[in-house]
Structure formats: C-alpha cells, structure tokens
Design a protein around this ligand. Sequence first.
Ligand SMILES: O=c1[nH]c(=O)c2[nH]c(=O)[nH]c2[nH]1
Length: 291
Amino acid sequence: MGIVLGANQYGKAEVRLVHVDRSAPQHVLTDLNVSTHLRGAFDATYLTGDNSSVLATDTQKNTVYAFARQFGVGEPEEFALRLGRHFVQSQEAVTGAQIEIDQLPWTRVGDHSFSRPGGERRTTSVTFDGSSAWVVSGLTDLVVLNTTGSEFHGFPRDEYTTLPETTDRILATSVTARWRYSSLDLDFGALFTGIRSRMLETFASTHSLALQQTLYAMGSAVLEDFAEVAEVRLSMPNKHHYLADLTPFGLDNPNQVFIAGDRPYGLIEGQVLREEAPDAGSAWQFVPGFA
Ligand SMILES: O=c1[nH]c(=O)c2[nH]c(=O)[nH]c2[nH]1
C-alpha cells in the first residue's frame, strides 16, 4: 500500500498591514489582514525537506509590506491581484496563488483620527447599601486611532532597551472607561453621550507625548465639563503599530506602512479625580478591572 502526498498549499496567514496615505491633509487609513497561499510543485519539501523551490512565508509577508509602500494599497481586490500575479509570475514552482484579505473598518472622526465601529458597549454598575446608592457608568472597547500627533521619547535607556525614540507614530487604543456620578437624579443618557464624545474628541485633539498623557487629558476633560462626575478610571491598551523596516528592499518608509501588533501590548491605567470628590463608599468594589 503506497502513501502519497495529496493536495497542498502554503503561505503566510494574517499579515496585519496598516497603510496610511498621508499625501493629503486628510489621511486615508487602510487596515488589512492579508493571507497568502501558494500552490505548485512543492512535493520535494514535503517528501524530503528539499526547500529549493519554497518561497519562504517570511518573504511572502515582506512582499505584502513592500508592495504597500511601492504601489499603495487601493482596493483590497486590486492589492490581492497584484500579489497573486507577482507570486505566480516570479517563481517558477508557483503555479497558483490565493490571496485572502479581510479589511477592518474604521470610521473617520477627524483628519487624522478614526474609530472602529461596533464592539463598543455602554456599562453601568449600581451599588445600594440600604441607605446610599452609587452609580459607576462607562464604556468598554471604544477603539480609536490617530495617524499622527503622537510622539514617544525621553524614556530611560538601559541594557535591555531597544525601542527607538519617535516623534511621529500611530497611537491606537481600545478605551475602557468608568466614571462615578456624584449624585443620582441625572439625565444618564445625555451624560453618557456627552462624556463619550468629550473623550473621543480629546483623544483626537491631544498632541500626545505618551499614552499616559492622553489618558489623563481624557479623564480631566470629562471632569472639567461634567460637574456630575466625581472620578474617572481609564484602562487603555497601547495597540502598537510598528513601522515596517523596508530598508532591506531598498525602500524608505516615511510613516506609511505599519505592522499592526497583536500582543504583547502596553497597558496604561489610571484614575483622574476631583480632590473634593465625595466618598466612593463601596461603589468600586468588585467592578471588574477597576476595583
Ligand atoms: O505611550 C507610551 N507609553 C509607554 O509607557 C510606552 N512604552 C513603550 O514601549 N511604548 C510606550 N508608549
């Protein structure tokens, strides 16, 4: 009874490409998840480990980033066609390619600012102890991104530091916020809408030297504008976007092509409060992540 190799393909799955077209004052953001699959004469690597025809999946990933710099992205269909043709036409062994692209949606909130639709939730946690009540309301997973207006430098460098200093980076986070109201007879719906838009607008308009600074700016903007709020607690993951290094391919990268990191991520958390805030009692007890 013989054993044979059947159908096979290989490629790089989920290449997270973020492209910023900065050619006009209003930046265009394209956020893609690209997967490549190559088919062809690859029996040798499966049967004997002979890689002489195997275009490395790492090379396939690099091609995605390099093509974004060289040709831009345009529609995902156009970008996929360009990649598919390239792999088949440039590699003898490749007889077919399938390129799959998911595009992640972003909604414009400013020339350089975007938010991710869907996924966000409004929350409240109400505590009543028999005589007093506390209301802690908020939102979870408001995903926002600025394509410019963010720097990070001046941090200590020890023997383990490799992070380059930057004066222009992408800043992206998924905001989880909780705020404690100082009274109960309030128009909670209008307050939620107002507080949410104040935070969004502050994220977009703050020139950031650190996500920590942006966090404090967002919390203090809420306290300045909403006397009904005693305290704000914020938890903001730094959704890193790494500038793709295209120098091995003879390409520059003036802040256009980014690798969207998944994990690990920075996690920046803090409370912003009024010095004269009324006592919180047990309001925060057991509020997940904020107690
Ligand atoms: O805004 C930032 N704050 C940090 O504390 C930090 N640390 C890091 O590696 N990148 C960043 N960015």
